[in-house]
Design a protein around this ligand. Sequence first.
Ligand code: SF4
Length: 151
Amino acid sequence: MKIAPGLLGGGVMYKCDFCHHRLTAGKVPACVESCPNGAITFGTKEEIIKLARERAKEINGYIYGDKENGGTSVLYVSHIPFSEINEALIKQGAGDKKSGKPAMPTFTDNPSDAPEHLVKSLALAPLAGLLTAGITAYKTFTREGSKHEND
Ligand code: SF4
């Protein structure tokens, strides 16, 4: 079944660019302007972090995106912890491949900071260095070899 493919990007998924064309025209992003509940705000990162902290304090809520995944450019303020929302979704079958419904991935602090990743990075760094040195040496020697063959 095709649903207006022309309107849906012809099967291509586009990433949000914060409505760059509107920003350059001095306008706010379309979703900010059109949200009937005024739930979306746009501004500099400093402004949005300040606003998010004020809003979270007002509603005794939680901020997501300021530290998670290393800090993102989109912040969410919710009076319900995302972990509770995720649990409710999972109870309804989300996250199960057969259901086709996605669960909410758990945000982490910067994933590359996790101890297991750090150990892998430390273990792989010398190997990567050796591999690079080996490839460079191979290229140098094979170039030298072909030079001598041509002499
Ligand atoms: S309308 Fe909102 S979500 Fe869509 S591209 Fe613009 S800023 Fe991004």
